[in-house]
Each structure stands twice: as C-alpha cells, then as structure tokens.
Design a protein around this ligand. Sequence first.
Ligand SMILES: Cc1cc2nc3c(=O)[nH]c(=O)nc-3n(C[C@H](O)[C@H](O)[C@H](O)COP(=O)(O)O)c2cc1C
Ligand code: SF4
Ligand code: SF4
Length: 266
Amino acid sequence: MKTDLFYYTGTGNSLWAARTLAEALGEAELFPISRVRADAGRTDAEAVGLVFPVHIWGVPRRVIAFLDGIKRDPSRYHFAIAVNAGQVAATLLQLRGLLQERGLALACGFDLVMPSNYIPWGGPGPREGQMKRIAAAREKIAAIASNVAAGAQGPIERGPFWQNLLFTGFNRLAFSRVPSMDKSFWTDPRCNGCGVCRQVCPCGNIEMKEDKPLWLHRCEQCLACIQWCPQEAIQFGKRTPRYERYHHPEVRLQDLTAVPKRQEEE
Ligand SMILES: Cc1cc2nc3c(=O)[nH]c(=O)nc-3n(C[C@H](O)[C@H](O)[C@H](O)COP(=O)(O)O)c2cc1C
Ligand code: SF4
Ligand code: SF4
C-alpha cells in the first residue's frame, strides 16, 4: 500500500518514529508538515499517516492546520501515531473528531511513548531510561507497521478516563495561550549569534536582532530552539539552566532543516 507519512517534530522523536515506520512499511515516503506546502496532503497515496508529538495533552496547532489541506477522499486509509512522554490522554480521540469534521475517518491511532522533551518540567531523565523507551518504541512501531499493512480498523489508543477528562480541559484552556508562551524564553551570555534557533523554528517565530534571537509571539511551543541550541544558551523560565537538553540520538540538525524531495521537484 503506497503510504505518505506526514510528520511534525521539535526534537526528532516523531521524525525518527516516522522514519522507522517507513522502513518497516516499505512503500512509504516522508514529509515534514512544517516544510511542505499547505496542500501537500492532497496526494494520491492509498494511505496517509500522521506522526506528531502530543502537546499539552492534545494535537499541536500546526497539525490541526494541516488537516484542512488533506484530500477529502473517504476511501483512503488514514492512521496516526501520537508520540508522547507517557500521557497521550485523549489526543487521538481529538484527532478522530477533527478528521470527522472534515469528512474523514481515522482508521487507527497509536500511542507511542518516547523520552520527554518538555524541558520546563525537567530533563529527559537518565540515558539508560531514554534508550529503554526508544527500544520499546522500535518494537511497537514494528507492530504498528503490521497493523497498517493489514488495513486494521482500530484501535484508537487513549489514556485513562480521568486523565482524558481533566487534561482535555487543561488543553482547551491553554491552547489559545500557546503563541505567546515564548515570552518565557531568554538567552544567557553563551549565545554566540549562530542562528541555529532561527533555522530550526518551524514557524518563523525567531528573528535575529543584533546577533541574538528575538521571539515574535507566534510560537508553537515545539521547543526545538531551546533543545537544539549548540551553546545551550536558551532558557525558559527559571529552572532550565539546570536541566539537560534532549534531541533524539539518531536525528541530526540537518534532518530538521532539509527541504522535502517532493517540494524540491515542484
Ligand atoms: C509543549 C509541549 C507539551 C507536551 N505535552 C505533553 C503531554 O501532554 N503529554 C505527554 O505525554 N508528553 C507531552 N510532551 C512531550 C512530547 O510529546 C514528547 O517528548 C515527544 O516525544 C516529543 O516529540 P518530538 O521530538 O517529535 O517533538 C510535550 C512536549 C511539549 C514540547
Ligand atoms: S542557537 Fe543558541 S547560540 Fe545560536 S543564536 Fe540561537 S541562542 Fe544564540
Ligand atoms: S520559537 Fe522555539 S518553541 Fe516556539 S515554535 Fe519556534 S522553535 Fe518552537
């Protein structure tokens, strides 16, 4: 089954998951949601997969916007992987509803636990624990590939009922505040003006002013800027100076900034 995999990522976990799934599926192509045109989802692929991080117990704004560009073809197979740090909550139920509103069905949705990149609450934890999560995720992706190849209907994975209820409420409260959450970013004296933060930002939210990043308040809170800064000079609030940075060990900076093949050809 020819499959297009659209991924969104801040620190590479979702890119790695999409790449690992593509290898397992065979006939699959990868596209970064933040770097393809808005109508890239109007493809003729027989299956479309969405791979994205859970943000504040829900679907990130950029992924929601991308759904508008997906071809209204109810006969096509749609599936998703919600990459998270242990609390998928009702993210995949939300996605199913968003697709339904657009006349499309979510055949199956999978919860994939990976190391946490949410540095305002702490680092990714000991290296051994990170590698265990990645190894378990690799196994789960093999199972997801078998499900997708067989055209499975279900499951739509979710957290416990209390979590879905409570955290979905938090998601709805926080959602409109996300663009201005960048007010908590600041740089320490290690910033050397290299511009990597500007390059990795998926939404052009960073401008360089006098060799220092300036955040423009249309942030998606992917945390790529703080996590990829080579000097670890970006901070968020008061606590991040003591927390370790994270990006997926098999994902390089160039993987995030590369222009997708199909876009280059057009
Ligand atoms: C703003 C933000 C909110 C997050 N919210 C959640 C959450 O609600 N539940 C969860 O399990 N993980 C949450 N995370 C962690 C990420 O989903 C997780 O680390 C994911 O693997 C990151 O994927 P990426 O490397 O592709 O960006 C959050 C991360 C960020 C940046
Ligand atoms: S990536 Fe870091 S060092 Fe480079 S300009 Fe941005 S904040 Fe400064
Ligand atoms: S400013 Fe930083 S956190 Fe916000 S969208 Fe850009 S890279 Fe992500």
